[in-house]
Design a protein. Structure first.
Lengths: 111, 114
């Protein structure tokens, strides 16, 4: 019973590099989410998906892209990383009107 | 103005104290209310989940929702050092932009000292 698994757990990037964060859930949930958490800002929604093949923008989508090719996976991409994207990234999943289940986060530093 | 307001604290109490954590909100479409606990370097974990107004109790934890005042609370009785964490309130609704999305408070950092 893994729940929501995020990889990698830590990463350091240089400005301008690209990378992809992977989120995998084994609960057959329809909805998946990507958040970033910064000190004093709480959790802010980047993008989300209400089903396989669908994505939608959240509060802070600029600089990020996402894909949901398989129901169990939700990928978050940074095409050209910037220092302002240094943060802790959380993935979550749920079914409609149920609480969200979170992964343990990816700590990303961009130098 | 954020849709969900939560005092970030920090809040520091002695072991055994009763802790009260609160959030206010502005969107009357919210119907589902949650409290998450987040330990350092971990993801948020669900603590309490309630629908509409009323109280819900689970062991030492009680969640209250007052929709008329747009105010929710979490009470922790007989607090323990293991309760030291950040507590996040969250809410969602059934229609429009509230459907399928959680709106979070900024979290309250709680320390319970022995």
């Amino acid at each position: 019973n893994a729940g929501v698994t995020q990889t990698p757990k830590f990463r350091v990037l240089k400005t301008g590099q690209s990378m992809t964060l992977l989120c995998a859930q084994d609960m057959n949930h329809e909805y998946m989410y990507w958040y970033r958490q910064d000190p004093g800002m709480g959790l802010r929604l980047i993008h989300y998906s209400v089903g396989e093949g669908t994505t939608a923008k959240g509060e802070v989508p600029d600089g990020y892209n996402v894909s949901r090719l398989k129901k169990q996976n939700f990928l978050l991409g940074l095409e050209s990383a910037a220092p302002s994207q240094t943060s802790v990234y959380f993935c979550a999943s749920t079914d409609r009107n149920q609480p969200q289940h979170f992964g343990d986060g990816t700590r990303l530093s961009i130098l | 103005q954020k849709e969900v307001e939560q005092d970030p604290g920090p809040l520091s109490v002695p072991e055994g104290a009763i802790v009260s954590l609160n959030c206010t909100y502005s969107n009357s479409a919210f119907q589902y209310f949650m409290w998450y606990r987040q330990y350092s370097r971990k993801g948020p974990e669900l603590l309490m989940y309630t629908y509409s107004s009323g109280n819900k109790e689970d062991g030492r934890f009680t969640a209250q929702v007052d929709k008329s005042s747009k105010y929710i609370s979490l009470f922790i009785r007989d607090s323990q050092p293991s309760d030291s964490a950040t507590y996040l309130c969250a809410m969602s609704g059934n229609r429009g932009s509230t459907l399928g999305r959680l709106y979070f408070g900024r979290g309250t950092q709680l320390t319970v000292w022995p």
